[in-house]
Design a protein around this ligand. Structure first.
Ligand code: NAD
Ligand code: UD1
Length: 340
């Protein structure tokens, strides 16, 4: 599909920006639609510095159907990659209506435009969160799904909406990508994760400890049924994840119907293993204290990766050291994120 035009919703965000880089490098034209509610416009210029090309950028709220329609009306779009959405689990519990309204309306408006303008291919950012507390690991795509917070339900419901849309539109094809724990940054250090306020997720928190912005890491529980008692997750380098979207687009080229695929490495690391790997990558101790468990956390979560290999011909290539070293590089070069 290279040479074709891909509309990337949420393309200014963490995963979206890395995917724009891979798309441009692979020869796609990229139209990025983002209202910048959780990202910065400087990202577009950084993408150009990496690739020599800039995406066409529209600052649009996907919930504004008419504005989105104008973009579809103006360009011949071959496929959509849909990243845009709110993603903070805790916030979704506090503001469920905002999460359902934004995440579901964004998905529906995109599909309505796709239907109207005959765009048949969509790749959707889903999450391992749809598996809830898994009965067994590694988690296969046919495992039971159940969510424990509104954010998760928006992913579950968006998957259902997209799947139903594929049933109704015989030419449509969709790939629901269930990400495990994306971390790390582009090797240039020009783009990376730039969370607002105090980070909730492990790696951004460790980055800020390494930069001296936060005093120490709180390790949420060392009494899980895991080798060292701390939570085990499948961390995946964001550049590997971004590459997976190119493979998904290629797959959709000859496909019909709706498929779901895990994007993970298949390997689980504990919180303390991540702390050790990050310390080695940055050459500094990361101070931490063991505290109580975080509500809603599970012990162990990692992906079965066979389906990604078989269907998408994709597997993760970068290891935990690469993830930590690139995150540290981004942190050092951008101590205040995209704000200089
Ligand atoms: P992000 O917040 O960095 O990027 C999302 C982008 O969407 C932001 O730039 C934001 O401004 C934009 N956006 C949100 N609502 C919008 C709207 N109504 N109209 C236009 N733009 C809007 O998040 P990310 O980490 O890059 O995640 C991308 C996607 O992947 C999200 O759907 C997220 O739920 C999913 N996901 C992320 C993770 C993760 O750990 N980062 C894990 C699993 C799934
Ligand atoms: C979180 C989300 C999940 C989302 C995923 C994507 C929650 C409950 N779940 O998953 O829906 O798909 O991000 O990245 O928010 N930890 C600490 N100290 C910290 C932060 C985290 O010990 O300051 C531990 C956690 O207990 C967990 C591990 O680090 O064991 C990873 O946590 P995190 O990065 O927040 O990701 P998840 O909880 O897996």
């Amino acid at each position: 599909m290279s040479g074709k035009t891909v509309l990337v919703s949420g393309g200014a965000g963490y995963i979206g920006s890395h995917t724009c880089v891979e798309l441009l490098n692979a020869g796609y034209e990229v139209i990025c639609v983002d209202d910048l509610r959780n990202s910065k416009e400087q990202v577009m210029e950084r993408i150009e510095r990496i690739t020599g090309k800039q995406p066409i950028f529209f600052r649009i709220d996907l919930c504004n159907y008419d504005a989105l329609d104008r973009v579809f009306h103006s360009y011949k779009i071959d496929a959509v990659i849909h990243f845009a959405g709110l993603k903070a689990v805790g916030e979704s519990v506090e503001k469920p209506l905002e999460y359902y309204s934004n995440n579901l309306n964004a998905t529906i408006n995109l599909l309505r435009c796709m239907e109207l303008y005959g765009v048949n291919k969509i790749v959707f950012s889903s999450s391992a969160t749809v598996y809830g507390n898994p009965k067994t690991v590694p988690i296969t795509e046919d495992a039971d799904r159940w969510c424990t917070n509104p954010y998760g339900w928006t992913k579950y419901m968006s998957e259902q909406i997209i799947s139903d849309w594929c049933v109704a539109n015989k030419d449509a094809s969709a790939m629901l990508l269930r990400y495990f724990n994306p971390i790390g940054a582009h090797k240039s250090g020009l783009i990376g994760e730039d969370p607002n306020g105090i980070p909730n997720n492990l790696l951004p928190y460790i980055c800020q400890v390494s930069a001296g912005k936060l005093e120490y890491l709180r390790v949420y529980g060392d009494d899980y049924d895991t080798p060292d008692g701390t939570g085990v997750r499948d961390y995946i380098h964001v550049v590997d994840l971004a590459r997976g979207h190119i493979n998904a687009l290629k797959y959709l080229d000859g496909a019909s119907g709706c498929e779901c695929v895990n994007l993970g490495t298949g390997v689980g690391y504990s919180v303390l293993e991540v702390v050790k790997a990050y310390s080695e990558a940055c050459g500094k101790e990361i101070p931490y204290k063991i505290v109580g468990r975080r509500a809603g956390d599970i012990a162990t979560c990692y992906a079965a990766t066979d389906k990604a290999r078989e269907l998408l011909n994709w597997q993760a290539e970068l290891n935990l050291h690469d993830m930590c070293a690139s995150a540290y590089n981004w942190q050092c070069k951008n101590p205040n994120g995209y704000e200089q």
